[in-house]
Design a protein around this ligand. Structure first.
Ligand code: AMP
Length: 395
């Protein structure tokens, strides 16, 4: 796996695909600079080598040129985070961009305008990718959040740098973290899969059964498994067309010697609301008119024991409707258990979909080993897919 450590960037221009798709408020101010901060180590290494950086990114989903989505809005923030005054050019390809890249001196940083102002970017257009390739000597991909897309800047452009392409620090760390769970992690390995639906996680579950010793299934998925086994789930969320699939998963897990842990009790509510009346009930005996919205205390105690036994932990998906305070306790308790296990030496990776939001909201970010920056890219990695942006560098 080639990373930026394999190159000396002295007098070289690095064309870096970063993920600066950051949230902006109505005044076009950056409200969360995590993604910019995450790209900093790669940029600094290149500048310290004596090279220069041409940064390319998308922002939002513009349809053509649209000032609302201009990366110009973030130039000051990037300058502040990197500690170098960042230059900006109004286009990401063409004469103007080429002239700006050419004028760049060692130690300087240039940010290109939003890649998605050109529909060729998401179409993976080869000629457009060739246009981008003219802006640098070495291609660096440091954008995990878009690594699952075969876009011009994330994948196609790599072919114009057959010997001069590599991963930035952030992307390399993402890949290593996933490998720790999927291949090289110390046993016992645990995956906690929560979230709303079995259907969105089924490919992950199937793939992960070959890698883990323990599987905790929580969140809304619980009830499809409980109903499949004959339990009464009241009005809880359930995918009736996935009942056979749930039984099949349990059968496969048994055959593969994976211990599956499902909530035994839940916090049931009489409506989908933070103000609903609640009671703790056996997960197989949820009364009519009630729905399970969080894991109950016995379940959390069981999960704590499992987490504490494991040396490698993957967490994807909340254990309950964490957006409502009254149903967030399960997710918080699980986060605390994983934090404790991490403190005792376990490797913990959190990522995919909503898990990152939950982890940030409850302040677990610094208490787990790694929080992935890519929602969809992480989910596809866990499904066992080779992401096109990663494959393009490895080829
Ligand atoms: P996902 O994107 O699949 O990880 O699902 C995350 C969503 O699952 C969150 O918005 C949670 O509110 C929701 N969720 C978790 N547990 C439940 C539950 N018991 N009933 C309904 N939704 C749930």
């Amino acid at each position: 796996m080639k990373t930026i450590n394999d190159f000396n960037f002295k007098d070289k221009k690095a064309l870096i695909r970063v993920d600066f798709n950051v949230p902006l408020n109505e005044q076009f101010e950056v409200t969360d600079d995590t993604r910019i901060v995450s790209a900093k180590p790669t940029i600094i290494k290149i500048l310290e080598d004596g090279g220069s950086c041409v940064l390319m990114s998308h922002l939002g989903r513009p349809k053509g040129v649209d000032d609302t989505f201009s990366l110009r809005h973030i130039v000051d923030k990037v300058s502040e985070v990197i500690g170098v005054e960042v230059k900006f050019v109004d286009n990401c390809v063409g004469a103007e961009a080429e002239a700006a890249a050419k004028a760049l001196q060692p130690g300087e940083v240039l940010l290109l305008e939003n890649l998605r102002f050109h529909s060729e970017e998401t179409a993976g257009d080869v000629a457009f990718a060739e246009g981008l390739s003219k802006l640098g000597d070495i291609y660096v991909n440091d954008a995990f959040g878009t690594a699952h897309r075969a876009h011009a800047s994330t994948t196609i452009v790599a072919q114009f740098f057959p010997e001069h392409k590599c991963f930035g620090y952030l992307l390399a760390e993402e890949i290593e973290s996933i490998e720790k769970v999927m291949k090289t992690g110390e046993k016992p390995v645990l995956a906690v899969l929560g979230g709303a639906k079995v259907s969105s996680k089924i490919t992950i579950i199937e793939n992960i059964l070959d890698k883990v010793d323990h599987l905790i299934i929580g969140g809304g998925m619980t009830f499809t498994f409980i109903k499949a086994q004959g339990g009464s789930i009241g009005e809880s969320i359930c995918e009736d067309d996935k009942l056979d699939m749930a039984l099949e998963i349990l059968k496969n897990a048994k055959a593969k010697n994976v211990q599956v842990h499902i909530p035994v009790d839940v916090v049931a509510a009489d409506s989908f609301s933070n103000d609903a009346a609640t009671q703790i009930v056996d997960v197989t005996k949820i009364p009519d008119g009630w729905q399970g919205l969080d894991a109950g205390p016995k379940s959390l105690a069981n999960f704590h024991d499992v987490v504490m036994q494991c040396k490698t932990i993957l967490w994807n998906g909340p254990l309950g409707v964490f957006e409502m305070e009254n149903f967030s306790k399960g997710t918080i308790a699980l986060g605390n258990s994983i934090a404790e296990a991490t403190k005792k030496g376990a490797f913990s990776l959190v990522g995919g979909g909503d898990s990152v939001a939950a982890v940030k909201q409850f302040g677990f970010e610094d208490k787990v080993s790694y929080v992935s920056t890519g929602g969809g890219a992480m989910l596809e990695s866990l499904e066992g897919k080779t992401l096109p942006g990663i494959a393009a560098i490895l080829e």
